[in-house]
Every structure is written in C-alpha cells, then in structure tokens.
Ligand binder design. Structure first.
Ligand SMILES: NC(=O)CCC(=O)C(=O)O
Length: 276
C-alpha cells in the first residue's frame, strides 16, 4: 500500500488569518501535486509562546477546527492539522492535534501528554505547563492506507509512547512538532531515526519554518524517517512543501526480516523491587 505525503513547513503569523490563508494556499498546492495526506506543524496558527496559548485558544469545533475540516473535505485529502491550542469546556487549555479524513470527518485527536518544560543551561528554556494542561491518551487512528499513530513534538522523546503506538498497530507515526535551535541540531534527526528504527515505522515530523525574529526559533527540518531508520526526506529551515511517496510494504518487510517486535522479552522487562 502506497500513499503520497506532503508536509507543509510554514511560517506562523501573529494574525491567525494570515497563517490560515497560507495553509490553505499550500494545502491546495500539495493536493494538486497528488498528496493523499497533508501534514501541518505544531501550533501552525499560534506563535509558539506560553503567553499566546490562552489568547489563541479555541474550542473544538471552533473556527480553526472548521477551517481544517473544510480544507480536508474540499481537497479530498487526509489532513493532519498540526496542533491548535484547544480550550475545553472546563477552561483548561491543551496542545491538541486533529486529523480529518477525505470527507472532513474527524478521525484522530491527540492532546500533548508530555508538556515541554525544559531549561537547558545557556540554551532553550520553555514551560508549557505554565498555561497548558497535559493529555493522557495514546492515539492511533485508521485510514484507507493502514493505521497511523499521532503525538506531538516533545511526546516523541518518550520511547514508551512510540512503542505503545507501534504495539497498537501504527505503521506511520505523525508528529506535528517545533524543535528549537538548541535541541534541534542535537536531537531532532536522532529522535526520528531512533523511534523509526526501534518501532519499525515511518516517523514523520512536521515543523514550522524558521523565523529568526520570533521569541522561539523553530529548527525546521521537517523529516520522514523510514522503518530501517534511514532519512527518507528532510527539509532545511525554509518554508516549503516536502512531498514523499511512502510505501507501507516496507514496514512489513523490515519487521519480517528483523523481527524486533516479536523478539521482545516482555517476561523479563519488569523491575524487581529489591533487585540489582
Ligand atoms: N514543542 C516542543 O515540544 C518542543 C520539543 C523540543 O524542542 C525538544 O527538544 O524536545
């Protein structure tokens, strides 16, 4: 089974309308290039800053959600609509990824589970938990091509989550993301390749384009790592569309030849209370 993926590495504007117009223009271009699945970055219509999340937050089924759903339906594509700051009825705000099918039906929703709270000496500081709440669900969803997993940026650093999605049957893991100029050069490619090779999946990271004038500077480098752990495609830091043809038969082939998932020793992966 094959499909064509288009990743839109896009600028994020202060005005939601400008981000939305850009996204719609690029999505139409990607669809004209034959894309079956279009992926957007984390916070594609909200400059990534803790103070912005409450200001840009919208309820599920709000205007941005509707625009994404309509874009998927109009272009007859699957749309992984990056992430949106989601205000839930209790007033909490989540960093939430939505996926729509070719008819515009919502088929996937993931609330970021691991909040990005880091302080690297001389480098990036960030505290998502200042304004966001954490989700607690592992997310997979089905398409005409097979089962996909979905998580958000920092979530993908946790091997347990990638493994759970693979065990739930994911062959592709979509990761709307926004690494930065400290951790991007150090860990971005390494993380995607290691998750791809350990779980024998296609790992797809889609990031905003770099804007040096922003508070948080995105590393860019939207990437596809294949089940062998090779980089199938990777962008630089500039805005653009990356198109990759994905052959899911490669997942089964690698898993058969190198049966890592079958060879797990789940009988011994338990820490003994007073053990060594
Ligand atoms: N938006 C994020 O979760 C950023 C994650 C990140 O940069 C990392 O190093 O992890």
């Amino acid at each position: 089974m094959k499909f064509r993926l288009a990743q839109i590495q896009m600028p994020v504007y202060k005005e939601i309308r400008l981000s939305v117009e850009y996204m719609e223009r690029m999505a139409a271009r990607a669809a004209a290039m034959g894309a079956d699945v279009i992926a957007l970055p984390e916070m594609f219509a909200c400059p990534y800053a803790v103070g912005n999340f409450p200001v840009y937050a919208q309820e599920e089924r709000g205007p941005l959600w509707q625009t994404c759903r309509e874009t998927a339906r109009r272009l007859h594509v699957y749309l992984s609509a990056g992430t949106i700051p989601e205000r839930d009825p209790s007033g909490k705000i989540y960093n939430t990824a939505y996926v729509f099918d070719r008819q515009g039906n919502p088929i996937g929703k993931h609330r970021k589970m691991h909040l990005f709270d880091i302080a690297v000496e001389g480098g990036q500081h960030f505290q998502e938990s200042a304004t966001l709440s954490a989700g607690d669900q592992v997310t997979v969803f089905d398409t005409e091509f097979g089962r996909f997993g979905l998580c958000i940026c920092y979530d993908f650093r946790f091997p347990e989550l990638g493994r759970l999605m693979a065990l739930e049957g994911a062959q592709v893991i979509l990761v709307p993301a926004a690494f930065n100029m400290t951790t991007g050069p150090a860990h971005w490619e390494l993380m995607f390749r290691s998750q791809a090779v350990n779980n024998q999946v296609f790992a797809v990271g889609t990031a905003p384009a770099r804007d040096e004038s922003g508070d948080y500077v995105s590393w860019g480098h939207s990437i596809v790592a294949d089940p062998w752990g090779s980089v199938a495609a990777q962008m630089d830091e500039k805005a653009g569309i990356q198109v990759t043809d994905i052959d899911l038969d490669k997942v089964a082939a690698v898993r058969e030849q190198l049966p890592l998932l079958k060879h797990r020793r789940t009988d011994i992966y338990v820490l003994k209370k007073n053990g060594f």
